[in-house]
Structure formats: structure tokens, C-alpha cells
Design a protein around this ligand. Sequence first.
Ligand SMILES: Nc1ncnc2c1ncn2[C@@H]1O[C@H](COP(=O)(O)OP(=O)(O)OP(=O)(O)O)[C@@H](O)[C@H]1O
Length: 246
Amino acid sequence: MSQLLEVSGVSVSFDGFKAINNLSFSIGEAEMRAIIGPNGAGKTTFMDIVTGKTKPNAGTVLWGEMSRNLIGMNEAKIARIGVGRKFQRPTVFEDQSVFDNLMMAVKNTRAPWSVLFFKPKFKDIAKVEELASEIGLSDQLKRKSGELSHGQKQWLEIGMLLAQDPRLLLVDEPAAGMTLAEREHTTDILKRTAKTRAVVVVEHDMEFVRRLECKVTVLHEGSVLAEGSLDHVTANPQVIEVYLGR
Ligand SMILES: Nc1ncnc2c1ncn2[C@@H]1O[C@H](COP(=O)(O)OP(=O)(O)OP(=O)(O)O)[C@@H](O)[C@H]1O
């Protein structure tokens, strides 16, 4: 599998405290990866670095075939070259319908001047319908987004991110607050998504991680503590000591 993202020797300090400490690992194209680790391990800071929100003190984050360094690029540029991020709390426009939310996301993929004169065309409507089908909300298109369940709002937001056609989707604790059925549906969406792009999921819920059936990276004190299948990392005595045994 060729690499899409290669994090090398990355360190970040906040007031002298090393939140990320010589972090190195890579993510392949069309790969699903789970990142786990105790509170404060650096999972969120890792996502902040990849998306350009936090600038590291050292290291490189190389992207794509051209090995472009994401460090030094601003957040908007990183989003444009194909990094999408799903935060824990859904941020859909609650007063707008599911259709309108998805259409806005489709529209946002255009150059700013063309948005001014945007009129949905058949192809845009077809795109919205395709996205709705991917996230399982085809029968909810006319509903106001504020009326959706917590899980449905999360799926809508994933759909809005997919409208941007990212090559890497970073997802922060997707299972939080979901019912079992919602978790299963979320797993399906993420697995399907990871067939055509890289998906990195930060999650504390081990049952959810197991269902993703993917390679797992364990972070601890800002570095990789263990990596491999879930069975492999959960049998690691150090992982048990710092994370699972608590
Ligand atoms: N802006 C900041 N200023 C100071 N310290 C910070 C800042 N951001 C993160 N930290 C510290 O860096 C460490 C790593 O935090 P981070 O949020 O990345 O951990 P995490 O693995 O995402 O934890 P959790 O599972 O609780 O979300 C923590 O000790 C945190 O307090």
C-alpha cells in the first residue's frame, strides 16, 4: 500500500510540556486506521497538526505522491488539498433541511466566485442524492436537520465532509453518545468510506474499534507505544499498563 501521510519526528511543546514527542507513523491510501490511547496521549494534538491548527516545533508531515510537507501550510490550504476533519460535536445547520445542508457542502467545493452565481444543476442534485444514500439518509432529505437524532446528525456531517471529496478523513470519537444501532451504521459508513480514501478514527470505545477491523496505533505521551491489529496491541503489557488496565 502506498503511503498518503507520513508523520516523521514530530514534536510539539506547550509551555515546555511535550504533548507530541518525536512522533512517527504513516497512513496508507484507502486505509482505515484507529488511534487509541489514554487521556492526554496527544491524539487531538496529532489531528490539530495534520489539519494545520497547531504548528509543531520539529518534524515533517509529508502528503501524497509529491511528498508535500503539510507543516507550514495554513488550514484552508490543507483542507483544499484533501484533508477533512469531523469534530466530535456535529455542526450541521439545524434550521436547514438535510438536502440543503448537503447542497451547501456540494456548493462549497466550488471556487468562491462561482458560488455567487450558484444554481443547483441536475448533476449537483444527483450528487446530493448520492451522498444521502452513502450516509443512509435518503429518506430524510426533506427533514429539518435539527429534528434528526444525534446519530443522524453525525452521519449528515460525514456526508457534508464527503462532498468535499477528501483523500483523508479524520474522525474524532464518532461513537460517543450513539445507540448500538447507530454505532453499527456509523461503522458501515466509515468502512465504506475507507475503500476509496484514508479514514483515521480516534476512539476510546474498544468495541467500536473492534468493529472497524483495522490496524490500530496506540499513542502514549505523544509517541507511538504500539501498532498492529487490535488483538496484538491489546495483548501488549505496556498498553495494558498505561491504558487498558486502568
Ligand atoms: N493548547 C494547549 N496548551 C497547553 N497544553 C495543551 C494544549 N493542547 C493540548 N495540551 C496538552 O497536551 C497533552 C495532549 O493533549 P491531547 O488533547 O492531544 O490529548 P488526547 O490524547 O486527545 O486526550 P483525550 O483522550 O482526553 O482527548 C495534554 O496533556 C493536554 O493537556
